[in-house]
Design a protein around this ligand. Structure first.
Ligand code: IPE
Ligand code: MG
Length: 232
């Protein structure tokens, strides 16, 4: 979700106004995605590098997160959406951690729809933590460690354990990079980049992204002929 700041600046508004408009895009996109049959939506809300922003902007983002959790809690419950997070929550203010954990706990039994919010997330942090947890299990004898783990085994140590790999990654605002987002899980993801700024991302824009996705032939290393044979 990129471009909140530029959206605000181009209107002579404070960057925080862009983030506020961005939360509206979050709500409509999640609703539109579920309506389109998508089961899991992961939102890159706050990266491990976003702590480098001015204190005032971080403060505004924290305020918005709290407001979002309070205002949208019932939406999650009413629509049976499970809230998950990926990333290390420990540096966040207690009020945010508590609010997040409360919604997570209240929605943990839902299985049809998942919204995963990446908070203080970075793919490199994720893999380092996974390696450390894996090593702990080897040391305690839970795993032998004699051979390299299969990916299915190692990926259980990632924050995304239990979530499907992303089929489609959308980045707004014209930047063509992944910025430390789900680097390993994105191995076979289709990547969609649009110049549209995140607060302007609406149903028509989601539909364009989904049409792009539908036009891709996903081969997972196979040949086109094999895929066409499998489909028929
Ligand atoms: C993305 O918008 C939102 C967050 C990182 C929370 P930006 O704040 O990065 O917007 P630009 O890139 O400055 O336009
Ligand atoms: Mg940005």
């Amino acid at each position: 979700m990129d471009g909140n700041g530029r959206w605000a600046e181009s209107r002579g508004k404070a960057r925080s106004e862009g983030h506020l408009a961005g939360t509206e895009a979050v709500i409509r996109t999640v609703e539109n995605a579920f309506r389109a049959g998508i089961q899991c939506v992961t939102l890159y809300a706050f990266s491990s590098e976003n702590w480098n922003r001015p204190a005032e902007e971080i403060q505004a983002l924290m305020g918005l997160m709290l407001r979002f959790l309070a205002e949208q809690k019932n939406l999650f419950i009413k629509n049976k959406i499970r809230l998950r997070t990926i990333g290390d929550l420990s540096p966040f203010p207690e009020a945010i951690r508590e609010a997040v954990e409360a919604v997570k706990a209240e929605t943990s039994a839902f299985s049809e729809h998942t919204v995963a919010v990446a908070l203080n997330y970075g793919a490199r942090d994720e893999v380092l933590r996974a390696a450390q947890l894996y090593a702990t299990d080897v040391r305690s004898g839970k795993l032998s460690g004699d051979t390299a783990p299969a990916w299915e085994q190692f990926s259980k140590y990632l924050w995304t354990d239990g979530m499907p790999d992303p089929d489609l990654i959308v980045r707004t605002s014209g930047e063509i990079r992944l910025s430390n987002f789900l680097l390993l899980q994105a191995a076979y993801a289709e990547l969609y980049f649009t110049d549209v700024l995140w607060p302007d991302f609406d149903k028509a824009e989601l539909d364009k992204a989904l049409a792009f996705y539908a036009s891709r032939e996903r081969r997972f290393g196979k040949t086109s002929a094999q895929i066409q044979k499998d489909e028929h």
